[in-house]
Design a protein around this ligand. Structure first.
Ligand SMILES: Nc1nc2c(ncn2[C@@H]2O[C@H](COP(=O)(O)OP(=O)(O)OP(=O)(O)O)[C@@H](O)[C@H]2O)c(=O)[nH]1
Length: 344
């Protein structure tokens, strides 16, 4: 039996995974694709955005959400049944894309491809790690050396890595191909420096492709034919010994609100809130009074983007909902209060 090639697309929160998949779906060249989308946070935004993009390569039912937590922790309960169902379809997809949550450790997912139900019918074509080149250049994944030195002076046994740095390394270490995304936000010298640092942290032989909004030709991303599930030992992991990794270092909440009066001031208001608080990611759907379409809100670090995607359906209630993700201990009450005040 021919195995269905499956591409795992991973990378930190907001690096551009959904954007890259949207581009793939619109340029699939007749190939029938299915997408499994996993998100951190209690509401699915990415699946909704992908379904809203209306690409021919992928019907709405071919986009499947795994919403019960990070894919690396729910492999047996969520991923395997979903994948098996997809593979058992009378008319299975020609290629499967899996978007992991931005906080996922890819290795437990790769290990699932060794399970008998999956192994005989699917193979990991390749692991693509999408990198927010601007966030790397801004030092978001690098430790604050001065602060760490001070902490270490108090406690010499201190773990030397921050949660962000560790996750970044873990994802990068699993890559077959690195997409250096958001190149529009950097100049040539900055980009070259990021590329050098990223490749130094990846496995030997891994190449980086530069991209803006994930716009790469599908032939560069799909059909790598690497059977990554047979090559797990070369992918280092901090969590090899942990059966269950519960993302203790990160947390999220969902904010529900009514329709807002006008879209224009929202981005600036959100930008202001994000400049004052340590939010890693904010995204969701906002209803604007009198507007027939949904306003999508996206923020990665302090950068905010808003755009209308599709019309509200008759059966949908026109409510706003935002998911907010940060490191554990972030000022949830203050952020929540500020967001409620901004969503008017
Ligand atoms: N400037 C710039 N923005 C980009 C680029 N690619 C994506 N973005 C924006 O970055 C934000 C996050 O993009 P997504 O594709 O949702 O990122 P993601 O990795 O799927 O996010 P999570 O699933 O939350 O981890 C959105 O506002 C995108 O429009 C790019 O190349 N340049």
């Amino acid at each position: 039996m021919t195995k269905i090639p499956t591409t795992v697309i991973t990378g930190f929160l907001g690096s551009g995974k959904t954007t890259l998949i949207r581009h793939l779906l619109h340029n699939a060249g007749g190939r029938r694709l299915a997408v499994i989308v996993n998100e951190f946070g209690d509401i699915g935004v990415d699946g909704d955005i992908l379904r809203g993009c209306g690409a021919d390569a992928c019907a709405e039912e071919d986009i499947v959400e795994l919403a019960n937590g990070c894919i690396c922790c729910t492999v047996a309960d969520d991923f395997l049944p979903t994948m098996t169902k997809l593979l058992e379809r009378a008319d299975p997809p020609e290629h499967i894309l899996i978007e992991t949550s931005g906080l996922a450790l890819p290795k437990p997912l790769l290990k699932a491809f060794a399970w008998p139900d999956v192994r005989t019918r699917a193979t990991v074509d390749g692991v693509i790690v999408v990198i927010d080149a601007a966030a790397v250049a801004a030092g978001r994944f690098a430790p604050d050396e001065a602060a760490l030195a001070a902490l270490r002076a108090q406690d010499p046994n201190l773990d030397h890595e921050t949660p962000l740095e560790e996750l970044f390394e873990e994802q990068l270490g699993s890559a077959d191909l690195v997409v250096l995304n958001k190149t529009d936000l950097l100049d040539a010298a900055e980009l070259a420096a990021v590329e050098r640092d990223v490749l130094a942290a990846a496995r030997a032989g891994v190449v980086a492709m530069r991209a803006c909004e994930g716009r790469l030709h599908p032939s560069a991303l799909l059909g790598l034919g690497l059977s990554a599930e047979d090559d797990l030992d070369s992918r280092p992991s901090h969590h090899e010994a942990e059966a269950d990794h519960d993302h203790d270092d990160f947390t999220s909440f969902v904010l529900h609100a009514g329709a807002i009066e006008a879209a224009e001031p929202l981005a600036a208001r959100l930008g202001d809130i994000l400049a004052r608080h340590d939010v890693l990611r904010l995204k969701g759907v906002v209803a604007v009074r009198g507007k027939p379409a949904r306003l999508i809100v996206q923020a990665v670090g302090p950068r905010v983007e808003t755009y209308y995607d599709r019309r509200w359906r008759e059966d949908e209630s026109r409510m706003s909902r935002l998911v907010v993700i940060g490191e554990k201990g972030f000022a949830r009450e203050n952020i929540e209060a500020a967001l409620i005040a901004a969503l008017v």
